[in-house]
Design a protein around this ligand. Sequence first.
Ligand code: ATP
Ligand code: MG
Length: 372
Amino acid sequence: MKKITILIVEDEQLVADDLRETLEYLGYIVPTMVATGEEAIVIVESLQPDLVLMDIRLAGEMDGVEASEQIQSRFNIPVVYLTANADRATLERVKATQPFGYILKPFDERILSTTIEIAVSRHQAEFEVQKALSTAQTDKHVAQSQSQQKSQYLYMAAHEFRNPLTTIRLGAEILKHYGDRLPEDKKQSQLSRIQSATEDLMYLLEDILTLGQAETGKIHYEPVSMDVVSFCREQVEALQMTVGEEYSIKFLVNSEQRNAYLDEKLLWHLLNNLLSNAIKYSPQGGEVLFTLYWEDNNVCFKVQDRGIGIPVEAQAEVFEPFQRAGNVGQIPGTGLGLAIVKQCVDMHEGSISFESVVDRGTTFVVKLPVKE
Ligand code: ATP
Ligand code: MG
């Protein structure tokens, strides 16, 4: 067991020497002795002893009670008084400092040793209780803020459902009440609106489920050895078919390597969100550059666009669910895509970063460890 170190604060040299000898004989370490309260405070700060044995009447300006007050409050180190008879008033002051012990001079060796042991173990116990309390306090705060965040997400999700549901309800009502009087083209356009709102709802639901499953650990990370080049090329070709002609996704491979150990489903979600953002946030059309390369045992995916960019003030939040930048205007979206991307990156123990300038464009880089 670690030996207990004790600082002696005593202005009578003979008493101090006697005390030191006894303490060392009892197995304690006495690194030094001081004669004033002022010195005691300085030494306690630098040596951090386990305990201070404090005389009350001292050589300097400060007496032992005042020094103890400071030592216990500033450094949380227990103090035991060792003193000749004290008057009533002093005793009251001593009590107020809640000392860990009080021994009368001339001291008895056994009382000295028991008082020290009890003081140190009481102080240790109090410290443990404090530590447990503060951990419990932190846990409580974390849980509270997590649950607050969850209800906020729930609220935001419900809010996102409102618009498409309203479109569907109104469309259905119009068709029900006026359907027979509406010209055919108006009927068709109501039906199309209902259809597209239903699709929006389905995508939204799917994103929320994906995110929820990732957060609760229900999506499993199942990496397989895969040909990343072919996988990306196929995904780019499929996406290119769904976007208009005003967009082109250019795919570049900057490496001889082809294989990595990745989860195909997660990778698909990841790339799909990054690429469709690049397209969606380039409302004027144009080219999206998608580069695949290997670097330091990572397979890296870089997606560059020349779109609207992300304003600096929104950059810290883009990976949070339901967060959208202020410059998105009428561009549709719910703010879930990048939160899903981040989950997919985390499950691969990879990293994601981006650079963006408003009205110039955005570049996202994802690096996933190859692990083979
Ligand atoms: P969702 O992907 O759920 O349909 P979303 O595209 O709004 O909706 P995220 O993909 O999570 O959501 O993106 C969050 C926000 O980050 C976007 O709303 C947009 O403000 C900004 N953002 C993301 N990618 C780009 C990009 N390539 N260019 C400009 N802004 C972007
Ligand atoms: Mg998106």
